[in-house]
Design a protein around this ligand. Structure first.
Ligand code: S3P
Length: 422
């Protein structure tokens, strides 16, 4: 599918609410499968990646029902999956395969975890090696999927993650539930802490101190009953759209504001957009609020360090904004972007380049010179976020995005919601 958005000939205006956060949705389904009793999760998103998690759980014998945005799932408890030994297809979802690996090992189940061609290219040693240090029996295919896991007793450990990664951290935290002693994890940066928060809400013991988390073994988890906050990673594209169309004022209601995820708001503010947050509240142990962005003149910024970790998924959206800012935006210390759905450093630079933007790769990031976008044809290259970021550029110049159907993996409501603001 080729997507061409109509250019915005007037400011974006209005208020929208979004389907639930994907990171929380993955965890809610998987942790509910490990709970005793029936979980009910409202505002559950229905997209390619959340279907991947639900499909993989169903393959392992834990089906769920999604009706009117409400997920219902009867847990199997912290015991081997009913269809232990099955092949679990994880689609395009790295969060599904990496977190499920921890749950399979932690429940002493066996499984073959596999996925799409794209998923088979992504590194799995980052979970297999520390799982083996705990005693898990894990075989990868040259460090990638398919991953075969067989039952083995797990031990406690003290482990320092080489990169800040919530998927690796959460995989090990899931395995820790079934270990014979606590597992302590140290991280080089503040990756999202949704697993620790949800574990606590389900009755598990997790002790957090700065960049260290310790998960204690558990015998049972309580089921979940709650509403998922809107996905800040989806909100990022609507806020980016509002930021680049002069005079816009857009509110996204009920969006998740976990401080490990709000780097995008800090960067947009630093670039000059006016951002305010109202109606702060809590859901699932997560801060939630209404975010309003008012467009204002934008200028380039430098993004590095913890801010990279706190906006790790938002660089495609931020790169679109950088293309319309005055001066240069420089992203450093962001090598992790090379291990996402695509090598996002190379892909962002190539696709902005296809639209005429002066952008350059650096080994650990990229540079964008604002005000140089002319328009043209960009390619999504199998990356849902790249598709949406290039489409957003189309609000200010004629842009077509080839392969845009991939955005259904994460945010099928993107185009109608953006149109509702135009
Ligand atoms: C996620 C963690 C991040 C992020 C991904 C979702 C999660 O990946 O990019 O979209 O839900 O744990 P890494 O752990 O590889 O940084």
């Amino acid at each position: 599918m080729t997507l061409t958005l109509a250019s915005a000939n007037r400011p974006l205006q209005g208020r929208v609410s979004l389907p639930g956060d994907k990171s929380l949705a993955h965890r809610a389904a998987l942790f509910a499968a490990l709970a005793e009793g029936v979980s009910t999760v409202r505002n559950y998103p229905d997209s390619g990646v959340t279907r991947a998690m639900r499909g993989a759980l169903e393959a392992l014998g834990v089906p769920s029902r999604l009706e009117g945005g409400v997920l219902t799932l009867a847990g199997n408890g912290l015991r081997p999956f009913p269809r232990s030994g099955a092949v679990a297809p994880c689609g395009n979802s790295a969060t599904t395969i990496r977190l499920l690996a921890g749950a399979v090992a932690g429940t002493r189940s066996s499984a073959v975890l596999d996925g799409s061609e794209g998923l088979r290219k992504r590194p799995m040693d980052r979970i297999a090696e520390p799982l083996r240090l705990m005693g898990a029996d894990v075989a990868t295919t040259d460090g990638r999927a398919p991953i075969t896991i067989s039952p083995a007793p797990l031990h406690g450990m003290d482990y320092t993650l080489p990169v800040a990664s919530a998927q690796v951290k959460s995989c090990l935290e899931l395995a820790a539930l079934g270990a014979d002693a606590p597992v302590t994890l140290h991280e080089p940066g503040p990756s999202r802490d949704h697993t620790a928060r949800m574990f606590r809400a389900m009755g598990a013991t997790v002790v957090s101190a700065g960049l260290t988390e310790t998960v204690h073994p558990a015998t049972s988890l309580k089921p979940l009953d709650g509403t998922l906050p809107g996905d800040i990673s989806s909100a990022a594209f609507l806020l980016a759209a509002a930021a680049i169309v002069p005079g816009s004022r857009v509110t996204v209601s009920g969006v998740g504001l976990n401080p490990t995820r709000t780097g995008v708001l800090d960067v947009l503010s630093a670039m000059g957009a006016h951002i305010s947050v109202a109606s702060l509240r809590e859901e699932f142990g997560e801060p939630v609020g209404d975010v309003t962005l008012e467009a204002a003149p934008l200028h380039g910024v430098e993004i590095a360090g913890d801010l990279v970790v706190r906006s790790i998924d938002e660089f495609p959206a931020l790169a679109a904004v950088a293309a319309f800012a005055e001066g240069e935006t420089v992203v450093r210390e962001a090598e992790e972007l090379r291990y996402k759905e695509t090598d996002r450093i190379a892909a962002i630079v190539a696709q902005l380049g296809a639209l005429g933007v002066e952008a350059e790769e650096r080994p650990d990031g990229f540079t964008v010179r604002g005000g140089t976008l002319k328009g043209g044809t960009a390619r999504a290259n199998g990356d849902h976020r790249l598709a949406m970021s290039m489409a957003v550029c189309g609000l200010r110049a004629p842009v077509s995005v080839e392969g845009a159907e991939i955005l259904n993996e994460s945010f099928p409501e993107f185009e109608p919601l953006l149109s509702s603001l135009m």
